[in-house]
Design a protein around this ligand. Structure first.
Ligand code: N01
Length: 853
């Protein structure tokens, strides 16, 4: 092993640097902690503006790693003010002798990785160069104030203040004319106090913000009681929660209750005076703009109740973004402040600032003079502090260059090309969407355990693999895509800094899920990492999360219910079970008309059907649809939500057919019924309000098998003409086992054994070889109608669907093959339940429209 000055260099002595220093010492690692400020506390050292407070209750915003602290330190109120939090940081630092391990007034200026000896060289503002094995950026998420991006800022001759760099001496605005620019948390906290002192205060607002009253006072009694009763349980719940504070899981949709009920629920949340409360009343606040609008309306009503001038109230009311998608604020008398005679609100949307002058601000057609300007204009969040240091990794690549199109990390902790570099609460981790204390402790624990594990096994360097990093980027994107966060121009999206790439910076999948992923990575021998040292190397390439996050939640929920598997039931019980599950799902959209009827199946069988007609004027193309259910369960109404949505989106009549089921009617009953239904629909198209020249077949799973077979039979028996076939996760081959039967045999609802159970009820071994059971085995696929085939990554049937797409394509059939990444066999038809299934269904509807020209 090559020599370094210390094992670890840590940048920053905020709460993360402090805890990390403690843990490194405890586990025998030498370290240097370098801090540009003159004391510990990080964000609470710098942000000394009037009114600076923590938005998280002191019951939750404190260290948990030293249980003695809970006895030795008593918080004075629910939302502690900056001086008290800073005193807490100092108290902890003294108690644990952390001061002796920190170099203050020392800024890190550069860090270079030396690949030959696997060390970092860190240069500081004091002229020192330190070599270390590991390098940790504990630099905080909101520590670099955004450069003022207003014209003429350099002109002003009066006093200038930046909330994030507030002077350490008292600032007195008595008798002064003050301008505050910015109405984020910092502005909203400081404005009421500045207004009390200043002679005149003008607030320059570009975007109004949602803010709830902090209702400061004693810590919430119910939290205090829970902590007293069982602190360990409370802390464990916080660590596995959504945002690092124990909160009840919402189970109600804002759209499922009346406006009065919704507002009553929000009123209760409002009265809690807890930051997370209003956003966690409804389960769909973060995923549905319509549901979120209920909260927005409530919040706007509250502003109108307080602000006396209706024009000012309206200007203070946010309309352009959903609640929570910009960080909501907590205030004490913020909206009340605009009832004061010495306070004026300027709406910058209507009257933009043209320039800051020597004596004041020119905006709209006005020019106002000021003695002081306060910039509460925010931060270059999450990445600013990390890339402000010149970090050069392997092959001379700088982190700034690597991240020029947005940060790339594995778990928000590490990044490819920069071995032995760790970031605490970096981009791609829950960080600013969580109680930072919980996230800081989790990262420090993970880094500590990783260093200990590497030391124990003789590794010197750790670096994520490109596959793992890309997989995490995709997973973060998948989590973001099912929310409404990306619609808003917020600092979460980097949108507040001109030129910064627009990407949701924090991980939005939740603190608990994130922790589980990190723990799993470590447990699975550092999945996604390359470890090297002492002449050995371990590359455990892979991706930690691939299932779509909403699908994952369904799997988790189903797992927790401990339901029996259908293949352990009789067909009658399996049908009853399936009907009971269907009764609980969202109904799907309304369509123009639904008609139930009976049509002739094969051999004189009577088959029920349901016809769905769009509200638009007809005649429409017709899709003959076959439901899923392994030929054993389901009916013409069992895929009702999917049929409704396809009907609307593809603007087509859907005729969903109740073909005969096994085991009462074994092969080829269902296949023959499918073809008979297609013939009947073609013959009766006009009386059904449809067009005989535009008929397609569609189906899901075993229903897609019947649809594919109907298309084959139509080709071989001289009609009817089929315009297209939409096959969603089709069964195409009962003769052999495809790889996906093994890869996805268990754990994704449709299991290998359940599929075998279906086949056993439907067809014996020999019949399975018939193309009427296994369309993949047809001698030729030439001349079949154009197809759209959807296969799902985590479906036992994936590979037989893929093979069918290939076979059709090889036979010259136009095929659109959609591979639904991260999906399972049952997820695509889950209308109004899984946001990630919306795009594949949209593509299916588009394909139907395409079939009909
Ligand atoms: O910064 P912000 P912040 N011309 O970015 C406006 C945490 N925090 O320091 O929205 C005119 O939220 C900008 O307008 P717009 C917390 O996570 C926590 O207030 O971009 N206006 C916005 O109104 C918080 O979210 C606590 O249109 C300009 C404001 O300045 C985060 O820190 C306390 C402008 C910036 O708001 C950041 O809060 C304080 C321009 N050129 C902070 N540029 C607690 O826990 C920007 N703005 C209590």
């Amino acid at each position: 092993m090559s020599k370094s000055d210390v094992d670890v260099v840590v940048v920053g002595a905020g709460f993360s640097g402090m805890y990390l220093l403690h843990e490194l010492r405890k586990h025998g690692f030498s370290s240097r902690v370098l801090e540009s400020g003159s004391d510990v506390g990080g964000t609470w050292y710098w942000n000394r503006y009037p009114g600076a407070r923590c938005d998280i209750s002191t019951t939750d915003y404190q260290f948990t790693w030293d249980p003695e602290l809970h006895e030795q330190w008593t918080w004075s109120e629910k939302h502690a003010a900056q001086p008290e939090i800073l005193r807490y940081a100092q108290f902890v630092a003294k108690k644990h002798d952390l001061y002796s391990g920190i170099d203050f007034d020392t800024r890190v200026e550069g860090a270079v990785w030396n690949d030959a000896d696997k060390t970092w060289s860190i240069t500081t503002s004091t002229g020192e160069t330190i070599t270390s094995r590991f390098y940790v950026m504990a630099t905080g998420c909101l520590s670099v104030p955004k450069d003022p991006d207003l014209p003429g800022t350099e002109n002003f001759r009066g006093d200038v203040y930046v909330t994030g760099r507030w002077p350490h001496h008292d600032v007195d605005f008595t008798g002064k004319r003050v301008a505050v620019i910015g109405t984020g948390s910092s502005g909203i906290q400081s404005i009421p106090l500045i207004a009390e002192q200043a002679d005149q205060l003008v607030v320059f607002q570009r975007t109004p913000n949602f803010s709830i009253p902090a209702l400061n006072g004693p810590a919430p009694q119910y939290r205090v009681d829970r902590l007293k009763a069982n602190r360990a349980e409370y802390e464990a719940e916080a660590r596995l929660s959504g945002a690092g504070v124990p909160m009840p899981m919402p189970t109600v949709s804002a759209l499922a209750v009346s406006r009065e009920e919704a507002f009553a629920m929000l009123e209760d949340a409002w009265n809690m005076g807890e930051l997370q409360a209003p956003g966690t009343v409804f389960m769909d606040a973060g995923t549905s703009r319509e549901a979120n609008e209920v909260i927005c309306e409530f919040m706007r009503m509250k502003i109108r109740e307080v602000v006396k001038d209706p024009i000012v109230a309206e200007l203070l009311s946010p309309y352009g973004h959903a609640y929570g998608t910009k960080r909501p604020c907590m205030d004490t008398n913020y909206f009340q402040t605009f009832n004061r005679d010495n306070v004026r609100l300027v709406d910058l949307r209507a009257n933009p600032i043209s320039t800051i002058t020597e004596t004041g601000i020119d905006f709209g057609s006005e020019s106002l003079e000021f003695d002081a300007i306060v910039y509460a204009t925010g931060f270059d969040a999450m990445t600013g502090a990390i890339v402000s240091v010149d970090i050069t990794g392997k092959d001379g690549l700088t982190l700034k260059k690597k991240w020029e199109n947005g940060p790339l990390t594995y778990l928000g902790l590490t990044t490819v090309g920069f071995p032995n570099l760790f970031m605490i609460t970096g981009p791609g981790s829950p960080s600013v969407l969580s109680n930072m204390m919980v996230s800081i402790e989790q990262h420090v624990d993970w880094i500590r355990d990783t260093l200990v594990s590497m030391r124990d096994s003789g590794f010197e360097a750790i670096e994520p693999t490109p596959t793992a990093e890309e997989g995490w980027r995709v997973h973060c994107g998948d989590c973001a895509d099912i929310t409404i966060f990306q619609e808003t121009n917020s600092w979460y999206m980097g949108a507040n800094v001109p030129g910064k790439p627009r990407v949701l910076l924090p991980y939005i999948g939740g603190v608990g899920r994130y922790r589980t992923a990190c723990d799993e990575v470590a447990k699975r021998s550092f999945l996604g990492f390359e470890l090297s040292g002492s002449g050995k190397k371990q590359v455990n390439d892979g991706i930690i999360r691939q299932v779509q996050p909403d699908v994952d939640m369904v799997l988790e929920m189903m797992g927790s219910l401990g339901l029996p598997s259908m293949d352990s039931m009789s067909p009658a019980d399996a049908r009853a079970f399936s009907d009971a599950s269907s009764a609980m799902r969202p109904p799907g959209p309304n369509v123009g008309e639904m008609i139930d009827g009976v049509l002739p199946g094969a051999g004189g069988a009577e088959l029920e059907y349901r016809l769905y007609r769009p509200a638009t004027p007809g005649p429409h193309p017709i899709v003959v649809y076959f439901h899923g259910g392994g030929w054993v369960i389901g009916s013409h109404v069992s895929d009702d939500p999917l049929c409704r949505e396809l009907c609307n989106q593809a603007d087509t009549v859907i005729v969903s057919v109740n073909y005969r089921h096994a085991p009462e009617h074994r092969f080829p009953a269902a296949a023959d019924d499918g073809y008979a239904a297609l013939q009947w629909v073609a013959e009766n198209a006009e009386s059904l309000g449809g067009r005989a020249d535009k008929i397609a077949v569609a189906g899901w799973s075993a229903g897609a098998n019947i649809a594919a077979v109907a298309a084959l039979l139509a080709r071989d028996n001289g009609g009817p003409t089929v315009s297209g076939q939409l096959l969603l996760t089709p069964v195409t081959d009962g003769s052999r086992q495809h790889g996906s039967h093994h890869d996805n045999a268990e754990g994704y609802i449709l299991t290998k054994s359940l599929m075998e159970w279906f086949w056993n009820h439907y067809a014996d071994a020999q019949d399975r070889m018939s193309p009427k059971a296994s369309p993949l085995l047809a001698e030729s696929h030439a001349g079949l109608p154009p197809a759209m085939i959807v296969t799902c990554q985590f479906d036992p049937l994936r590979d037989e669907g893929n093979a069918y797409a290939e076979a059709l394509r090889a036979a010259g059939v136009p095929v659109e093959h959609l591979v639904a990444r991260g999906h399972i066999h049952t997820s695509i038809p889950m209308v109004d339940a899984l946001p990630s299934s919306v795009p594949p269904r949209r593509a299916m509807a588009a394909a139907l429209r395409g079939f009909f020209g």
